[in-house]
Design a protein around this ligand. Structure first.
Ligand code: ZN
Length: 171
């Protein structure tokens, strides 16, 4: 088990556009294992590779409740369809610690991706799953959920996070 350090806002790395994965091999599977360990350790439900500093189009998620485990792996995910009906969810992010906001997103979406074994898969997502996959896919484009907020709200959050950082000793 390898728990990696999660990068937090403000950090330029989080604004980078991640690159497609050419082949799902041992190295990519190891990365997915580490990402999952890191996500579980931080009590998150989703993590994109760029959040541990690796600009690859890889996401791990687990939205199972009550201590059950249901890990999901998405390599090179592409959204094929988005429902015009929006849904509002309170979102947080491991890279934006302790900040939450209500965000509107398409309530359903269809996603094509490669799984842990490099096999092509199609997922019809709704509810929390749809919100989570769209949030994580934003990371691949360098977008954070706070980008959907007003400029004022966003700058207040970034100020708070910067303060938090300068008060934390790097060990
Ligand atoms: Zn996030």
């Amino acid at each position: 088990m390898t728990v990696k350090t999660i990068i937090t806002e403000p950090n330029k790395l989080l604004r980078q556009i991640s690159k497609p994965v050419e082949n799902v091999g041992k190295a990519e599977q190891q990365l997915m294992n580490d990402m999952l360990d890191t996500m579980y350790d931080a009590n998150g439900i989703g993590l994109a590779a760029i959040q541990i500093g690796i600009p690859k189009r890889i996401i791990v998620m687990d939205i199972a409740k009550d201590g059950k485990k249901d890990p999901r792996y998405f390599v090179n995910p592409v959204i094929l369809n988005k429902d015009p009906i929006k849904n509002t969810h309170e979102e947080g992010c491991l890279s934006v610690p302790e900040q939450f906001a209500e965000i509107d997103r398409p309530s359903k979406c269809e996603v094509e991706y490669l799984d842990y074994n490099g096999k092509k898969q199609l997922l019809k997502a709704d509810g929390l799953l749809a919100t989570c996959i769209q949030h994580e896919m934003d990371h691949l484009e360098g977008i954070l959920f706070i980008d959907y907020l007003s400029k004022l709200k966003k700058s207040m959050i970034i100020k708070k996070l910067s303060k938090l950082k300068s008060n934390t000793a790097v060990l």
